[in-house]
Every structure is written in structure tokens, then in C-alpha cells.
Ligand binder design. Structure first.
Ligand SMILES: [Cu+2]
Length: 119
């Protein structure tokens, strides 16, 4: 091996390792993200959860967004999930892993109700 080749090799090796690490890192991130890729959205507007009943496959993350100009909460009737106070334009997310029906309501305005059906 010539002096020049040795220099190129010593320079190239860390670069190759860095690229391999980068590729390995990005592929593992992709693999990790895939099971939770499903998302669904519920909008809170004018004291109404919309859609009021949302049907999703297990593993879906539901994100509630408060589009009202007053705060609301998203509270499971059966204690499965409970948001903090969700202010205007704030969000609350919950991932549903088990099949079932999950009724919920707003603890500030208990007449506001909704339902998540997980299949
Ligand atoms: Cu409310």
C-alpha cells in the first residue's frame, strides 16, 4: 500500500462508518415509526367533538384539536385516558391499542360527549 492510499483509506474509513451508521439509524427510525403510522383527528369546535364517533383500527393515534376559543378536556368515561385542559389550538393525543368502544366527555362541559370505536 502506498503512502497516498493509506491516507485515503484512513480518511475514507470514518466516512464509510458514518454513512453506515446514518443508514442504519434512518432505517431503524422508519421501522419504529411504521406501527404507529396510523393517525386520526377529532376537532373540538363550538362545544362539539367532530366526528362524534370515530372508528379506527387498533394502534391508531387519535389527536383532538381544540378549535374553540374556550378550553375543553378529553376524558374517558371509563378512566382509560384523561387530557389536561386543552386550550385554544392545543392538542391531546392518545394511542388506542386494544379493540373496544371508548366513550369520553369534556369534564368542563359534561354534555359534550364523543366515542372512539377501536376495531
Ligand atoms: Cu368543554
Amino acid at each position: 500500500m502506498t503512502r497516498k492510499n493509506a491516507w485515503v483509506t484512513s480518511l475514507a474509513t470514518p466516512v464509510v462508518i458514518a454513512v453506515l451508521l446514518l443508514l442504519a439509524g434512518s432505517s431503524s427510525v422508519t421501522a419504529h415509526d411504521q406501527p404507529s403510522a396510523a393517525n386520526a383527528a377529532v376537532k373540538i369546535d363550538n362545544f362539539v367533538f367532530g366526528p362524534q364517533t370515530i372508528t379506527i383500527p387498533a394502534g391508531t393515534t387519535v389527536t383532538w384539536t381544540n378549535s374553540d376559543d374556550i378550553p375543553h378536556t378529553v376524558v374517558s368515561t371509563e378512566g382509560v385516558f384523561k387530557s389536561k385542559v386543552v386550550d385554544t389550538d392545543e392538542k391531546f393525543s392518545y394511542t388506542f391499542t386494544k379493540a373496544g368502544t371508548y366513550p369520553y366527555y369534556c369534564s368542563v362541559h359534561p354534555k359534550m360527549t364523543g366515542k372512539v370505536v377501536v376495531q
